[in-house]
Ligand binder design. Structure first.
Ligand SMILES: Nc1ncnc2c1ncn2[C@@H]1O[C@H](COP(=O)(O)OP(=O)(O)OP(=O)(O)O)[C@@H](O)[C@H]1O
Ligand SMILES: [Mg+2]
Length: 249
């Protein structure tokens, strides 16, 4: 069964794209056919993989779904890892999905199940009609959280939204991102949130590391630069925790 994982948060700049890129790379490295869908018109994930959408591809093609989308999936430099690059026209995906007359993302993404075992979605920040579509399309919604009081507040807002809309809260899987353990506030927020069983934080945290920042220059996943670096090991651990023991092989 294909697993569709959205990297999502209401807040911007929390490490969604860094996680999407490195988790997708880790999944492919483990031999799983993997697709990374870049749904953010900023196109940062596409940039990291040195890929751009074709001029003929955009929001309308994506929303039609089916084989018309397959043509625009591109290979990366890494075996087993493909990417559906973002297009700037995605800035209006929200409006297009909002009119209710088109396919939902869930229907569009189902088409990828034939070819891929893991599908990662890099989401734009914010909470919109597009996010709601993503919540329904994804099996799990992985939320990077910088351990500050404001992030914690935003995270509880997401849980409230799921409760109000009758969405499945169990899909939400948070992890601590850009952790600076020398900062007292980070330590305190981690203690407080991970002590709350209802929040279900993953045990893997991604530290704040220059290697991750440098991806903007190297345009490579961290494990492709240095497989044994701290950043590569941290994302690998995150991947193994997400994959779970039942998915070995
Ligand atoms: N663990 C980390 N350590 C150091 N820098 C990081 C880490 N994770 C992300 N960054 C850097 O922080 C910035 C924001 O990260 P990223 O683009 O992954 O966040 P995002 O949540 O996808 O942002 P947006 O909401 O704009 O899409 C980038 O410059 C990235 O290189
Ligand atoms: Mg991003």
């Amino acid at each position: 069964m294909t697993q569709t994982i959205a990297l999502y948060s209401i807040k911007g700049g929390v490490g969604k794209t860094a996680a999407a890129v490195n988790l997708a790379h880790a999944a492919a490295r483990d031999g799983h056919p993997t697709l990374l869908c870049d749904l953010d018109p900023q196109g940062a994930a596409s940039y990291y993989f040195r890929v751009r959408s074709a001029r003929k591809f955009g929001r309308k093609k994506l929303l039609k779904g089916g084989k018309g989308v397959d043509k625009h999936i591109k290979g990366t430099d890494y075996e087993g890892l493909d990417i559906l690059p973002a297009d700037f026209s995605y800035r209006k995906l929200d409006v297009a999905l909002g009119d209710g007359s088109r396919k939902t993302l869930k229907e569009i993404f189902r088409h990828f199940h034939d070819d891929y075992e893991w599908v990662f979605i890099d989401c734009p920040p914010n909470i919109t009609v597009l996010s709601e579509n993503i919540f329904r399309a994804a099996d799990r919604i992985v939320v990077p959280c910088i351990p500050t009081t404001l992030s914690a507040l935003t995270y509880t807002k997401l849980l409230d939204f799921f409760a109000e809309e009758g969405l499945n809260r169990d899909k939400i899987i948070p992890f601590f991102s850009m952790v600076e353990s020398r900062k007292r506030m980070h330590r305190e927020v981690i203690d407080a949130l991970s002590g709350n069983a209802g929040y279900r934080f993953l045990s893997t945290a991604i530290p704040y590391l220059a290697e991750v920042e440098r991806m903007g220059v190297t345009r490579m996943p961290v494990a492709a630069q240095h497989p044994s670096s701290r950043a590569a090991r941290a994302y690998r651990e995150l991947w193994l925790e997400l994959r779970g023991p039942h998915r070995s092989g």
